[in-house]
Design a protein around this ligand. Structure first.
Ligand code: SF4
Ligand code: SF4
Length: 82
């Protein structure tokens, strides 16, 4: 019996979680995505007042995308995990 060998990292051209800075209202005090992420992947860039992906680790559990009040978060689930 053999197991498929693949690397998610090699399939990906950019970070999996993207923040639309036009929509993000972190500069108005929102920290929802940072608060809901179980891995503390997301953070607020205080100089810009926008959320961003601070660490390239993600479980694709999705609350950040679902709970963002402005729909600024988009999680790109790798094709192999869909
Ligand atoms: S939840 Fe949405 S609006 Fe709030 S900080 Fe995160 S990306 Fe920005
Ligand atoms: S999908 Fe889950 S692990 Fe990935 S950034 Fe969002 S809340 Fe964090």
């Amino acid at each position: 019996m053999s197991f498929p060998v693949f690397s998610i990292a090699e399939q990906r051209s950019s970070v999996p979680v993207r923040i639309d800075e036009e929509k993000c209202i972190a500069d108005k005090g929102c920290t929802v995505c940072v608060d809901v992420c179980p891995l503390d992947v997301l953070a607020i860039d205080l100089s810009k007042g926008k959320a961003y992906m601070a660490f390239d680790e993600c479980w694709y559990c999705m609350p950040c995308e679902k709970d963002c009040p402005t729909g600024a978060v988009q999680v790109d689930i790798p094709y192999l995990l869909r």
